[in-house]
Design a protein. Structure first.
Length: 113
């Protein structure tokens, strides 16, 4: 029995051997740009059993990740250096001085210099 493959497009056979993936163009719901949902990514999604296709392009996904990371677990405290608001990724403990990023950078400089 012979099987003829006529497609010239890049075809991706998954390790499962049953599913066939092809690069697919999707539209990002965040920025409206088109992006490619590659065959490799599709296989990855299938392996992980993700039911939904990606809604956003890579750029927007990265931006969201970064935004989430930035918002997550940031505590506000009073800077022991300038008295301003210091945002730190840990819960400030009583008696331990907390510095804002500016004062922290200054301290580092002084320590090095
Ligand atoms: Zn986007
Ligand atoms: Zn400060």
């Amino acid at each position: 029995m012979s099987v003829k493959v006529r497609r010239r497009q890049k075809i991706f056979f998954s390790k499962v051997g049953k599913t066939m993936f092809q690069d697919k163009t999707l539209v990002c719901k965040e920025c409206g740009k088109e992006f490619v949902f590659t065959a490799g990514e599709q296989e990855f999604y299938a392996e992980k059993e993700f039911k939904n296709e990606p809604q956003r392009c890579k750029e927007c996904r990265n931006n969201r990740k970064q935004a989430l990371r930035a918002n997550r677990e940031m505590y506000e405290a009073t800077c022991a250096g300038c008295g301003g608001v210091a945002k730190v990724p840990f819960q400030p403990k009583d008696g331990r001085p907390v510095y804002c990023s500016e004062c922290y950078a200054k301290m580092k400089e002084e320590q090095q210099g």
